[in-house]
Design a protein around this ligand. Structure first.
Ligand SMILES: Cc1cc2nc3c(=O)[nH]c(=O)nc-3n(C[C@H](O)[C@H](O)[C@H](O)COP(=O)(O)OP(=O)(O)OC[C@H]3O[C@@H](n4cnc5c(N)ncnc54)[C@H](O)[C@@H]3O)c2cc1C
Length: 297
């Protein structure tokens, strides 16, 4: 079956859609095709149809850690926000990939389950959190993830244990294969509901105090180099406030690049390269991006 036949059967499929509508930076070019499968069955049918149509497939989550180049993405882009069920099962939380990790964290907290407090303010999806091994305030996805189920591009289902996912700082096995996370199970500890929710609200207050949440951004742009913090390095190099086009090194938190209005993905990329060049020359350190950069060059 072809992609357009699936659309006729109810698949939410759109053509030539600007992805800046979905990215947290509010930048990025169009997707040739954009689909929102609502179930595993529909997702598998879409994968099969895209194969038949010869279309490359790109899966994105909440696009909170993404820069999509201005020329956009050829082929089919999938967003899994329609697959967003979260279930609490005794001391485990089972969440579909398109659920927000924030909602998953609060579902756990409200059930008196501890372990996902660190994620209370991370604006990504469950799939993105597993892919990135997202973390904050001393916690990481790997600390409480029990297993993740994926579907391969050919439609096969596989479940990986925590160990098999080969997690490290902002890294997982999924960054080395093409597999698509569809569900994650978090193994948590029973605790006091009020204490857990207090901690989550406290971390979120700290986050709004320190981070420029009033502007579009993609969170921390660079990975932390061993023995250094990115923000202070950029401040020492005189880069805080540096602006190219509409993209600016945040004056509130130098690890963030904010869209001050009208930024393009090219502005973001030019500023990133400028920062990398400056820090390499000044400190001899090659800053690596944490943010994922995708799309046509
Ligand atoms: C204001 C702000 C604050 C942030 N704070 C933090 C923080 O404290 N800690 C932190 O770790 N991050 C933080 N981030 C970054 C971001 O939220 C995380 O990296 C998050 O895990 C990304 O999830 P996402 O769904 O948005 O993924 P996306 O940005 O959409 O995608 C990131 C990568 O994951 C892949 N991916 C997404 N879903 C799937 C899936 N289902 N299967 C396979 N691959 C998939 C994509 O292909 C892409 O390569 C912040 C971002 C913002 C804007």
């Amino acid at each position: 079956m072809k992609l357009h036949d699936l659309k006729a059967q109810g698949l939410d499929l759109q053509e030539n859609i600007p992805l800046s509508r979905y990215t947290f930076t509010q930048t990025g070019g169009p997707a040739e095709y954009l689909a929102f499968p609502k179930s595993l069955e529909e997702l598998r049918a879409v994968l099969a149809a895209a194969r038949e149509d010869g279309l490359p497939i790109t899966v994105i989550g909440n696009a909170s850690n993404l820069i999509i180049r201005d020329k956009g993405i050829k082929g089919l882009v999938l967003i899994l926000t329609g697959m967003n069920e979260i279930k609490v099962e005794d001391s485990r939380v089972r969440a579909q990939a398109g659920a927000r990790i924030i909602d998953t964290s609060f579902a756990a907290g409200k059930a008196g389950l501890s372990g996902l407090e660190f994620a209370a303010g991370i604006p990504g999806s469950v799939g993105g959190a597993v892919f990135m091994n997202a973390g904050a305030y001393g916690g990481e996805t790997k600390d409480c993830l029990e297993s993740a189920t994926v579907v391969t591009r050919s439609g096969e289902l596989k479940t990986y244990s925590n160990q098999e996912l080969n997690f490290s700082y902002r890294h997982s096995l999924l960054q080395e294969n093409d597999e698509i996370v569809i569900e994650a199970v978090f193994a948590l500890k029973k605790g006091d509901k009020a204490t857990i929710l207090d901690q989550m609200n406290y971390l979120n207050a700290l986050r709004s105090y320190k981070q420029p949440l009033e502007y579009p951004s993609c969170g921390s742009v660079f990975k932390r180099p061993v023995g250094h913090f990115v923000g202070p390095m950029l401040i020492a190099a005189g880069l805080q406030g540096k602006q190219i086009g509409g993209a600016q090194v945040s004056t509130k938190h130098a690890g963030f690049i904010v869209n001050k209005g009208g930024a393009t993905a090219t502005d973001y990329l030019n500023l990133i390269h400028y920062i990398q060049k400056t820090i390499k020359e000044k400190d001899g350190i090659a800053l690596q991006t944490e943010v994922r950069i995708i799309g046509e060059e």
